[in-house]
Design a protein around this ligand. Structure first.
Ligand code: UDP
Ligand code: MG
Length: 311
């Protein structure tokens, strides 16, 4: 009996390489024995020719499905839509820029079939052609995530992974908004094993994760997956209160015993600014969590689908 597999590919403005991506993924799928493959593209509101190109591909190949979003919702909502619309036993999530080689699908499937696991997450051994800045920020993001998160999120792992029906169904049942896909899959549990590989350069076009999106992504990952920053705020508050108390005792001592009055503003001002900073920081943190609650309470969907092709 052949296995059914959906390849989930989020795309945003990828007109330069979408055909190549389809070809390479399609070649790999056709070369694997006993496999009934579907290729599911999620067009995340692209403003270039991606939509037209995807529709042409889908009209020539019945195993290609396309979901068009009503606008750009982001990478994570696109992946979420992909998983939610998967009807097969297995799914592999992969980026459209082919930084993660589709030629690994075979090895991943072999590992899946021989190891009785529910998910295989692909761990990057190297990152070719990424800027020093991207490598450094990514490294610290994963480190901080790991320290803060209440469930372990594997280091150096993107969304490139294989998941089976059990994980897919659990994922579909999650009702929270702003899904941080890799964190949630890790949170779902069951048996998840690593697979090490070399990450390639982006084939064409430029990164769709500019600074602003990267910061939002990192912040969402942390705020949705950790309550530790809230504790940090309390700890900072306690520490600064203690410092202030020591200072107060010192001033009293100076006043009653050594007869000195406080000399100058500088020290006072420093303290005031210090506390102002800590208070703002704490309020800011709490506000972020409130904003998240606000998002959840509104209950808006993660994305809106304009139309589906070949479903
Ligand atoms: N992407 C998306 N919506 C967005 C941004 C990106 O669907 O708003 C897709 C993009 O087309 C690619 C994947 O997400 O397939 C990863 O994006 P990219 O390669 O630009 O990120 P990087 O590898 O630089 O982190
Ligand atoms: Mg990329």
């Amino acid at each position: 009996m052949s296995q059914t597999l959906t390849i989930i590919i989020p795309c945003y403005n990828e007109e330069l390489l979408i055909e190549k991506t389809y070809q390479r993924v399609n070649d790999v799928i056709n070369s694997l024995p006993n496999l009934d493959g579907t290729i599911l593209f999620i067009n995340d509101g692209s403003k270039d020719k991606t939509a037209e190109k995807l529709n042409i591909i889908a009209s020539n190949d019945a195993k290609v499905q396309v979901i068009h979003f009503s606008r750009n919702f982001g990478h994570q909502p696109a992946v979420t839509a992909g998983i939610n619309n998967t009807l097969t036993d297995l799914a592999i999530i992969i980026d459209a820029d082919l930084q993660d080689p589709p030629e690994l699908f075979g090895e991943m499937l072999d590992l899946y079939n021989s190891s009785k696991c529910n998910s295989i997450y692909c761990v990057r051994k190297t990152r070719k052609g990424e800027t020093f800045f991207k490598k450094i920020t990514a490294k610290y993001f994963y480190k901080i995530m790991d320290r803060l998160s209440e469930v372990p999120i594997p280091l150096d792992t993107g969304d490139f992974r294989l998941i089976d029906k059990i994980i897919i169904n659990e994922f579909k049942n999650l009702t929270e908004k702003n899904k941080f896909v890799r964190g949630l899959i890790s949170w779902i549990g069951f048996v998840q094993i690593p697979f090490y590989y070399e990450r390639d350069e982006r084939l064409a076009g430029e990164t769709k994760y500019p600074m602003k999106k990267m910061i939002r992504f990192a912040l969402n990952g942390i705020l949705y997956f950790s309550k530790k920053p809230l504790k940090l705020a309390i700890q900072m508050g306690l520490l600064s209160t203690m410092v202030a108390f020591v200072f107060f005792v010192y001033i009293l001592y100076g006043y009653f015993y050594s007869g000195q009055t406080v000399a100058g503003w500088a020290s006072t001002l420093t303290i005031v600014v210090f506390f102002g900073g800590i208070q703002l920081l704490t309020i800011g943190l709490v506000a972020q969590y409130i904003a998240n609650i606000f998002d959840e309470v509104k209950g808006r969907p993660d994305y809106i689908i304009a139309n589906k092709v070949n479903f």
